[in-house]
Ligand binder design. Structure first.
Ligand code: AR6
Length: 208
């Protein structure tokens, strides 16, 4: 029951085999933003040109939330690969707003792009940092010939970024890369964030 979607003839709603709905917004003739609810560690498209984005911390050695789930699903090889990413300062492998790529190991997706979003109450410019996290993830993906990429709601968990503002940053930044990917997915874990982000996509993308 998503009545607002029904008004938009450019948007396609399909029901997936697991019973969840996938809402597709065209970004260009050859590219779409796809929004669904779910667990990003289960996501894949072709197992070779696909990547999930991991909302990590600057150490890149795992943690809770989506990061913990990603490491559990990928297996210990992922932690080893992260450990071998060079430090840019003592303990820091990926500064806030940057991104690093590793294989996906036991995940169904072929790659993991690790990025670090801002801690909302600590960062002096959380909007710029969040935008950098999306932009640098998409840049690294593009450089590695990724055609399908899935993001969770970076910083919207323990890092405390307000969902609505985060959706604007995510969707507007993804739109800058309209010609670079076949599909950019937003895989949202909770009902509240899913609904707010879907409403925001309808608002920002309805003229496309
Ligand atoms: N699939 C998709 N989304 C998920 C999943 C999942 N399996 N699990 C949680 N989420 P968070 P952050 C959602 O806290 O705020 C870690 O400890 C979750 O509901 O994972 O960027 C890291 O090591 C929320 O909406 O990431 C860092 O220290 C969103 O993912 C820190 O947390 C992000 O929540 C990063 O905090």
């Amino acid at each position: 029951s998503l009545p607002i979607v029904g008004r938009l003839n450019s948007v396609r709603v399909s029901t997936m085999s697991n019973g969840t709905e996938e809402i597709r917004f065209p970004l260009s003739p050859s590219s779409a933003l796809v929004i669904h609810k779910g667990d990003i560690t289960k996501w894949f498209v072709d197992g070779s040109s696909d990547a999930i984005v991991n909302p990590a911390n600057e150490w890149m050695l795992g943690g809770g939330g989506a990061d913990g789930a990603t490491h559990r699903a990928a297996g210990p090889e992922l932690r080893a690969a992260c450990y071998s990413v060079p430090e840019v300062r003592p303990g820091v492998r990926c500064p806030t707003g940057e991104a690093r790529i590793t294989p996906g190991f036991r995940l169904p997706a072929s790659h993991v792009i690790h990025t670090v979003g801002p801690i909302y109450d600590v960062d002096s410019n959380p909007e710029a940092s969040l935008r950098n996290a999306y932009r640098n993830s998409l840049r690294v993906a593009k450089e590695n010939n990724i055609k399908y990429i899935a993001f969770p709601a970076i910083s919207c968990g323990v890092y405390g970024y307000p969902f609505d503002e985060a959706a604007t940053v995510a969707i507007s930044t993804i739109r800058e890369f309209s010609n670079d990917f076949k599909e950019v997915h937003l895989v949202l874990f909770t009902d509240d964030i899913y609904q707010v982000w879907l409403d925001k996509a309808n608002e920002l993308l309805q003229d496309q």
